[in-house]
Design a protein around this ligand. Structure first.
Ligand SMILES: NC(=O)c1ccc[n+]([C@@H]2O[C@H](COP(=O)([O-])OP(=O)(O)OC[C@H]3O[C@@H](n4cnc5c(N)ncnc54)[C@H](O)[C@@H]3O)[C@@H](O)[C@H]2O)c1
Length: 262
C-alpha cells in the first residue's frame, strides 16, 4: 500500500519565520508548533504574546532588522545557534508602512523613492541574502523547504475603482517587491534543487477592519465572497512546507478566494 506523507513530516523540523511577530507570521508560528515543529520567529518587533506555552527548546524569537545589511545572516545563524539545524524558511517579513507614513499610503505621484528602496530591501534583497546563507543547512537533512509570501499584487494590477474614496492606496514598490519575490522563488527553485524546494504563496487581501466601501467592493469582486483571514493561509503554507508537496517546486500557490480568476 502506498504510504501517504502528511503534516507529521513537519514534526521536529526547525522552521524559521521572518516577520514572525506579524499577523500572518504569528498565526503560522502557532500552526507549525501545533504540528510539532520547532519554530524561530525573527522580526523588528516582539510578538504580542508567545504563540503557545512552548518552552525555549521548541520556540524562540530573535530580534532582527532586515533592512540592515548583515541582519539576514544574523537571523540564519541565530536559528542555527538556537536549534542546531534549519529545515524550513517561511518568509513573511515585508515593510508595510502605516496609513500615516509620509510617502507611503499616497497616490502614485507622491510615492517616495526611499520607501520603494526600503520595501525592496526587506521584501526581496534580505531574502536573497538569507537563502545564500541558509542553503547548505536547508540541504543538509533532506526535506528542505522555503515558502516566500508574495501577494496577488505581485501579478495583478490594482483596480482604481476599488480604492476610490477609501483612503487606501495601492503602492507600486510593494507590488514590484511581490512580483520580484515570485521570480526569486522560481530562480531559487532550480538553483537549490534537488535538495531544497522553493515555492511562493500569493494571498489576496486580508480583512483588517478596512473601511466598509473597500471591504464590500473587494468581497463583491471575489468569487468566495469575502476577504482572506490569517487562518486561510495555514493549510497552503504547511502543505508547501511539508512532504505532502514533495514534488512541487517553483510554484506560486494563489490563495485569493478566486479574486484573480475574474
Ligand atoms: N495583509 C494582507 O492583506 C496581505 C495580502 C497579501 C500578501 N501579504 C503578505 O503577507 C506577509 C505578511 O503580512 P501581514 O499582513 O502579516 O503583515 P504584518 O505587517 O502584520 O507583518 C509583517 C511583519 O514584517 C515585519 N517587518 C517589517 N519590516 C521588517 C524588518 N526590517 N525586519 C524584520 N521584520 C520586519 C513587521 O514588524 C511585521 O511583524 C507580507 O509579506 C505581506 O506582503 C499580506
Amino acid at each position: 500500500m502506498a504510504t501517504v506523507p502528511d503534516f507529521r513530516s513537519l514534526e521536529d523540523r526547525v522552521v524559521l519565520i521572518t516577520g514572525g511577530a506579524g499577523h500572518i507570521g504569528s498565526t503560522l508560528a502557532e500552526a507549525f508548533l501545533a504540528v510539532g515543529s520547532r519554530v524561530a520567529t525573527v522580526d523588528l518587533t516582539d510578538p504580542v504574546g508567545p504563540p503557545t506555552d512552548a518552552g525555549p527548546d521548541r520556540y524562540q524569537h530573535l530580534p532582527v532588522d532586515l533592512s540592515r545589511d548583515g541582519d539576514a545572516v544574523m537571523a540564519c545563524d541565530g536559528v542555527l545557534n538556537a536549534f542546531g539545524r534549519l529545515d524550513t524558511i517561511v518568509a513573511t517579513a515585508s515593510w508595510m508602512g502605516t496609513a500615516t507614513t509620509p510617502g507611503w499610503n499616497v497616490p502614485f505621484d507622491e510615492q517616495d523613492e526611499r520607501l520603494w528602496a526600503e520595501v525592496l530591501q526587506v521584501g526581496v534583497t534580505a531574502n536573497f541574502t538569507l537563502m545564500k546563507r541558509a542553503f547548505p543547512h536547508l540541504a543538509a537533512n533532506g526535506g528542505g523547504s522555503v515558502v516566500l509570501l508574495s501577494s496577488i499584487y505581485g501579478f495583478c494590477g490594482p483596480q482604481p475603482a476599488m480604492y476610490e474614496d477609501t483612503g487606501i492606496n495601492n503602492i507600486a514598490g510593494y507590488a514590484a517587491s511581490k512580483g520580484a519575490l515570485v521570480q526569486l522563488a522560481r530562480w531559487l527553485a532550480t538553483t537549490m534543487a534537488p535538495d531544497v524546494r522553493v515555492n511562493a504563496v500569493s494571498p489576496g487581501g486580508l480583512f483588517r477592519d478596512q473601511r466598509p466601501p473597500f471591504e464590500e467592493r473587494y468581497s463583491e469582486r471575489t468569487p468566495l465572497g469575502r476577504m482572506a483571514t490569517e487562518e486561510d493561509l495555514v493549510g497552503p503554507v504547511l502543505f508547501l512546507a511539508s512532504d505532502l508537496s514533495r514534488y512541487i517546486t517553483g510554484h506560486d500557490l494563489v490563495v485569493d478566494g478566486g479574486f484573480s480568476t475574474w
